[in-house]
Design a protein around this ligand. Structure first.
Ligand code: TXA
Ligand code: MG
Length: 342
């Protein structure tokens, strides 16, 4: 694709106005959200949305999330609002939850990748909200990484991936959550979790007063030929250049394994305070008893592995419940499902 000059501007009122102007003109803009940085364009404009796919190198069959700033904007993008969606919106919007509903005609097939549903999210990041409001548009925005790489959690990560591919990136600081939004569908018979995130399955069940089904692709590898409920789940994802390998066992077993597997280009992700106890160079990734801190640090840690020219990166195996489910889901994909039981 042609390269262009990419501006990186701090989130001033002028910069937000410039972003809104570009978006109204059918261009793409990198924007901060509370989860990860997004690459935004007018969700109702097929040509604008095509530019997102081109800039990221994203497969055309992977649908985009549509971002709104007020409940009134929801009517425009969905055909109907199920009761369950209202409950979830009431409990978790604005915030890191994406709800899938039947789409309206305002959403072109390019945005929904040909599905009859659309994923909608109302972010809580003040800059994201201000940009949506100023543009007057529902904004399609996938994570602002090049397809396949870890999602960007800073404007600098975004710039590194998209420099020369988009006209503008707005810097709103580091993302608080650090992993992408929780994705739930209420378009089918039973509410089903398609991607775990900061809002947990347990919290969703609390707000809905019923059980939430778990898409099988969340914790396991799809079988050959199996169709993903969420197309994004079938792609190799979040991968640094290094080979990521998850080790499942106690801290003592982790250390003992690393004693015999160190060498040039070998690194270990570790929890705060473990650096001095491990026999290989470490990449810190949050605190052992605090999955929110792990989620916050995960994608930066994966990018740091590349910066340090890691060939192999070992990582602790996270738990699979609560917020740890989100960390596990991302890490297992970065590791292409390689887990060693210690
Ligand atoms: O936190 C987030 O959600 C970030 C920020 C920028 O808002 N966005 C994000 O978008 O993570 P993306 O495109 O990287 O991930 C969207 C996921 C993909 O796995 C996609 O397949 C799924 O949501 N998805 C989107 N629309 C869908 C639909 N109609 N049905 C099923 N899955 C859908
Ligand atoms: Mg993504």
């Amino acid at each position: 694709m042609d390269t262009m000059e990419t501006k990186l501007l701090p989130a001033s009122p002028q910069a937000i106005e410039e972003a809104a102007k570009l978006l109204r003109a059918g261009e793409t803009v990198g924007i901060p959200t509370e989860t990860v940085y997004g690459l935004a364009a007018d969700a109702t404009n097929s040509e604008a949305v095509t530019k997102i796919f081109e800039a990221k190198g994203r497969p055309q069959d992977n649908p985009l999330i549509v971002h709104i700033s007020r409940m009134e904007e929801l009517d425009r993008v969905v055909r109907e609002i199920p009761q369950a969606a209202l409950r979830l919106a009431e409990a978790f919007w604005p915030g890191p939850l994406t709800i899938i509903m039947k789409k309206s005609d305002a959403i072109p097939n390019t945005t929904s990748a040909g599905l009859d549903t659309v994923a909608v999210r109302m972010p809580s990041h003040p800059v994201a909200r201000e940009i949506i409001r100023a543009s007057g548009l529902p904004l399609a925005a996938p994570s602002a990484n090049l397809s396949g790489l870890p999602s960007p959690t800073t404007a600098q990560h975004t710039f590194r991936d998209l420099n020369g591919r988009v006209p503008l990136i707005i810097d709103g600081g580091a993302c608080a959550v650090g992993v992408e939004s929780t994705v739930i569908t209420v378009a089918g018979e039973k509410p089903t979790l398609l991607r775990p995130g900061y809002i947990t399955k347990e919290q969703l069940e609390g707000a809905l007063g019923c059980e939430v089904a778990l898409s099988s692709a969340i914790l396991n590898k799809l079988a050959d030929g199996e169709v993903a409920a969420s197309p994004g789940m079938k792609y190799k994802h979040y991968s640094p250049k290094a080979d990521v390998i998850i080790l499942k066992g106690s801290f003592d077993q982790y250390r003992a394994y690393l004693e015999t597997h160190g060498g040039e280009g070998v690194f270990a992700m570790c929890y705060e305070g473990e650096e001095k106890k491990l026999p290989v160079p470490c990449i810190p990734c949050g605190r052992a008893d605090d999955p929110a801190s792990q989620a916050h640090a995960l994608f930066s840690a994966l990018r740091e592995a590349d910066d340090r020219n890691a060939k192999v990166v070992y990582a602790h195996c996270p738990a699979q419940n609560g917020l740890s489910m989100a960390v596990y889901n991302r890490l297992i994909r970065a590791a292409a499902f390689q887990v060693v039981e210690l």
